[in-house]
Design a protein around this ligand. Structure first.
Ligand SMILES: Cc1ncc(COP(=O)(O)O)c(C=O)c1O
Length: 416
C-alpha cells in the first residue's frame, strides 16, 4: 500500500480534496506587477476591488490579507466589543467564531439544519438575547444560507447580518450573488477556494461608513496610505483607530484579477464535477450528498457526503486511510467549533449544545473537488468510495477480506 501511495504521489496522481488552478495568464499578470512601480499599496489593489465589487454586485469591496482578516475587519466595522454576543454556526472553520473573540465579544452557537448544514433560522431566533449584536451566516460548502429569513430576523431584532461567503464566491440566492446579500460579506482567496491570491481576502458592503471603517482597519487605523500621501506631497497622517496591518499586496491582487476573469470557467468545472458525483450517488442509500435548495445556485467549494459509519464494519478513519492510500484525498469539514478545547475552556461550550451539528460531524466526508479535476478523476473517486463503503456493509465478508478487496482497485490506469 505504502509503495503504491508513494507512486501516486511521485506521479502526481494523488487527487487532493482541493487545489488551485494557476494558468500562464496568471503567471504573466504577476510578472507584470513585479516589474512595475508598486508591489503594495498600489493601483492593482483598487483595480481588483473594483472588478470584484462589479462581479458580486456590491457598492464597495476592500481587499485584505486573508479571509480571517476580512472577518475581523467586519466585526470591527459593526462595532463588536466586550459584552456583545454574535450568533455563529458550529459547522464552519474556527476563524468565523475567532473573529468575534478578537473583538472581546462572545460567539453564541446556533445549530444547523440537518439536510444542508447551514445555520437554522429557528435556532438563531432562540439564541437572541439583549446582548446580541450580529449574526454571521456561513454559506457552508458553497450553498447560500436562507437569507430571506435571516434578513428578517436581523431587521426585526436590530442586528447586523454578516455573511461568511468564504466557500461561496459565485453562488447565488434567488438570483443575487453572494457579496450583495448581507450588511457585510467576507471572502477568502486561500488556494483551495474558487480563486486564489496565495493568501488573501475581501469584504464587500453597500454601506459607505462600514467600507471606510474597514479601509482604516486594514492599515493600522491610519487615515491615508503611502501612495495618497505621495500624490498630495505630504508626510502628515493621523492614526484615528486601532487597526492592524491586514493589507494585501499588488502582486497578490494581480493574481486575483487574473483569477477572477477565469472564475466563470472555474465555477462551471466545479459544478460539472458535482453533477458527476450527484449521478454516481443517486441510487445509493449508504452515501448521501447534502441537500441543496431550489432557490440557490451552488458554488461547490466542497462536495460533502454523509455516511452512517456506525452501520459499517469499519470506522471513518479506516475509510479515510483506505481512500488516501488509493490516491484520494478526503477531508472532514468541520469539527464543530464549540467542541474545540479553546471554546470549551474559555466559553464553557460542551457536547450536546448543537446536536444536529455534532451528529453530522460523525457522518461527513468531503470528496475531492477543484476546477482542474477531470471527469475520469471524479469517476475514480466516486467508484472507489462506493466500493469501499459497500465492502464495509455488515452483510459483506469479514474485515481481512474487506482490506484485501482494496488491493484489487486498479491503481493508475482508471483515471489518469
Ligand atoms: C468558512 C470560512 N471562514 C473563514 C475562513 C478564513 O479564511 P482564510 O484562510 O483566508 O483566513 C475560511 C478558510 O478556510 C473558511 O472556510
Amino acid at each position: 500500500m505504502k509503495n503504491q501511495l508513494q507512486n501516486r504521489l511521485d506521479q502526481r496522481m494523488y487527487i487532493p480534496y482541493g487545489r488551485q488552478t494557476i494558468t500562464e495568464q496568471d503567471i504573466h499578470a504577476v510578472l507584470d506587477v513585479l516589474q512595475a512601480d508598486y508591489l503594495t499599496t498600489g493601483p492593482t489593489i483598487e483595480a481588483f476591488e473594483t472588478q470584484f465589487s462589479e462581479y458580486v454586485g456590491s457598492s464597495y469591496a476592500i481587499a485584505v490579507s486573508s479571509g480571517t482578516a476580512a472577518l475581523h475587519a467586519a466585526m470591527f466595522a459593526i462595532g463588536i466589543g466586550p459584552g456583545d454576543e454574535v450568533i455563529v454556526p458550529p459547522i464552519t472553520f474556527a476563524a468565523t467564531a475567532n473573529a468575534v473573540v478578537y473583538q472581546g465579544a462572545t460567539p453564541v452557537f446556533a445549530d444547523v439544519s440537518s439536510d444542508t448544514l447551514l445555520i437554522d433560522p429557528f435556532k438563531v431566533i432562540k439564541k437572541i438575547t439583549p446582548k446580541t449584536k450580529a449574526i454571521i451566516a456561513v454559506d457552508y460548502a458553497g450553498q447560500p444560507c436562507d437569507y430571506l429569513s435571516l434578513r428578517l430576523i436581523a431587521e426585526q431584532n436590530n442586528l447586523f447580518l454578516i455573511s461568511d461567503a468564504c466557500h461561496a464566491l459565485g453562488a447565488e440566492y434567488r438570483g443575487r450573488r453572494t457579496g450583495s446579500l448581507a450588511d457585510i460579506t467576507v471572502f477568502s482567496f486561500h488556494p483551495v477556494k474558487h480563486i486564489t491570491t496565495g493568501e488573501g481576502g475581501m469584504v464587500t458592503t453597500d454601506q459607505k461608513l462600514l467600507a471606510e471603517k474597514m479601509r482604516l482597519f486594514r492599515n493600522h487605523g491610519i487615515n491615508s496610505d503611502h501612495r495618497s500621501r505621495q500624490k498630495t506631497g505630504t508626510w502628515h497622517y493621523e492614526m484615528v483607530e486601532l487597526g492592524y496591518n491586514y493589507r494585501i499586496s499588488d502582486i497578490q491582487c494581480a493574481l486575483g484579477i487574473s483569477q477572477l476573469r477565469q472564475l466563470p470557467d472555474f465555477l462551471d468545472a466545479r459544478r460539472k464535477i458535482a453533477r458527476h458525483y450527484d449521478t454516481a450517488f443517486s441510487g445509493e442509500t449508504s452515501i448521501q450528498p447534502l441537500s441543496s435548495g431550489s432557490d440557490i445556485l451552488h458554488a461547490y467549494h466542497l462536495y460533502v457526503v454523509r455516511i452512517d459509519f456506525s452501520k459499517l464494519k469499519v470506522n471513518r478513519k479506516t475509510i479515510f486511510t483506505i481512500l488516501h492510500e488509493n490516491g484520494i484525498g478526503t477531508n472532514v469539514h468541520y469539527i464543530p467549533v464549540h467542541l474545540h478545547p479553546f471554546y470549551r475552556e474559555k466559553f464553557h461550550t460542551r457536547k450536546g449544545l448543537c446536536p444536529v451539528a455534532e451528529k453530522a460531524y460523525d457522518q461527513i466526508l468531503s470528496l475531492p473537488i477543484f476546477s482542474s479535476m477531470t471527469s475520469a478523476e471524479a469517476d475514480y473517486c466516486s467508484n472507489t468510495l462506493k466500493e469501499v463503503v459497500e465492502s464495509a456493509l455488515p452483510d459483506r465478508p469479514g474485515d481481512n477480506e474487506f482490506f484485501e478487496s482494496f488491493h484489487h482497485i486498479p491503481l493508475g490506469e482508471s483515471h489518469a
